[in-house]
Design a protein around this ligand. Structure first.
Ligand code: PMP
Length: 365
């Protein structure tokens, strides 16, 4: 008799690679699209004081009412259509748990954030890959065609897209929502940097779901808060797959405080957008570098001559950690650079120039 405990693991799970990130640290860490500007010290102290006045031996509220109300007010959508999660990752999972079973077709553009396809496969669903256009822009016609061809109950689009930076227009999201009744999930993790959102469409389309996070513009990645916006009927069902007490009370307090202190955060978003545009312009002036237009807080670049893995390692030796995305489909020559503080961006640019020079010297040998 076989004693291999792994035979009880679903074959599909055995066949896929985990979502991982190489455990590397560096003085200039621009590999995870985090906000380089931390929340104000005064806000952090206020949150910790509130946390100290609570009993840590008690569970948080069953339904985080105050947080949900604050999210509803901030996003302009009804509170009974809001679901808060331990990061938006958790809500992607909850949504897929209640929609995807054996053979469920899920249309997902490629390349994009890898978690959608990973969880879909674990749940037995079939990923229908929608290719991006020649310049890695979204191809809405392809999305519509595949959605129809497969009568797909679910389409998931990250807009702006991680890691390419492109977006669907509001008209394109409308077209998707109007084409059949399949759910259209728009992951707006980076929406603050684009200045656009499809939240106003929620009142028109009961098949639209919007995901958002506090991990990027809201500078709260360490405390794990995300939220989902949809019709109250959908939220009621997705909520069934949410784990009880999913957001600890310190994270709830911090998210509420971050929403109250919006002005400070809006300022950092505006600064990051101008830093992004300045960085993109500098990179576009660099021979052998193609820059893809980005509406997010990161920039995807393609290197025509230098080996991206060698450039990645050279930057790392210089204390700069970027994201190696060469394993993504179509991104074999690409790196993703998160926009950092002015000092971090300068250190990246000088390390990058050295890395390109070293690559050119190698080639001449
Ligand atoms: N969606 C996208 C597109 C992301 O890039 C990320 C994080 N990299 C997430 C969701 C997950 O965010 P959270 O920290 O809220 O789980």
């Amino acid at each position: 008799m076989s004693r291999d405990p792994l035979r009880h693991i679903k074959p599909v799970v055995r066949s896929i690679a985990a979502y991982t990130l190489a455990a590397r640290e560096a003085p200039v860490k621009i590999n995870q699209n985090e906000n380089p500007f931390d929340l104000p010290e005064a806000l952090k102290r206020r949150v910790m004081e509130m946390a100290l006045s609570r009993s840590w031996s008690r569970y948080p509220e069953f339904d985080p009412k105050e947080l949900v109300e604050a999210l509803a007010t901030a996003s302009g959508w009804r509170a009974d259509g809001v679901l808060a999660g331990n990061g938006s990752n958790e809500l992607i999972e909850a949504l897929l748990l209640v929609t995807v079973g054996e053979g469920t077709k899920v249309v997902i553009p490629e390349p994009t954030f890898t978690l959608y396809a990973l969880l879909t496969r674990i749940l037995g669903g079939d990923v229908v890959k929608a290719p991006l256009g020649p310049d890695l822009e979204y191809d809405c016609a392809a999305l519509l065609r595949l959605r129809r061809e497969h009568a797909a109950p679910l389409t998931i689009v990250c807009s702006p897209n991680n890691p390419t930076g492109g977006m669907l227009t509001t008209a394109e999201v409308r077209a998707l929502c109007e084409d059949g009744d399949g759910l259209v999930v728009i992951d707006e993790a980076y929406h603050e940097f684009s200045g656009e959102s499809v939240v106003p469409l929620l009142s028109e389309y009961p098949n639209l779901v919007v995901l958002r996070t506090f991990s990027k513009a809201k500078a709260l990645a360490g405390l794990r808060v995300g939220y989902l916006l949809a019709s109250p009927e959908l939220v009621r069902e997705i909520n069934k797959a949410r784990l009880p007490y999913n957001i600890n009370f310190i994270s709830q307090l911090a998210a509420i405080a971050a929403l109250e202190d919006r002005d400070a955060l809006d300022g950092t978003v505006a600064e990051l957008v101008s830093l992004r545009d300045a960085l993109a312009a500098r990179l576009a002036d660099t021979p052998g570098v193609r820059v893809f237009p980005s509406r997010a807080n990161f920039i995807l670049i393609e290197l025509s001559h230098a080996d991206p893995k060698a450039v990645f390692e050279s930057l790392y030796r210089d204390g700069v950690l970027v994201r190696d995305v060469t394993s993504y489909p179509r991104l074999g020559r690409c790196l993703r650079i998160s926009v950092g503080s002015p000092d971090e961006n300068a250190r990246f640019l000088s390390g990058f120039a050295r890395a390109l020079e070293a690559a050119a010297t190698l080639e001449k040998r």
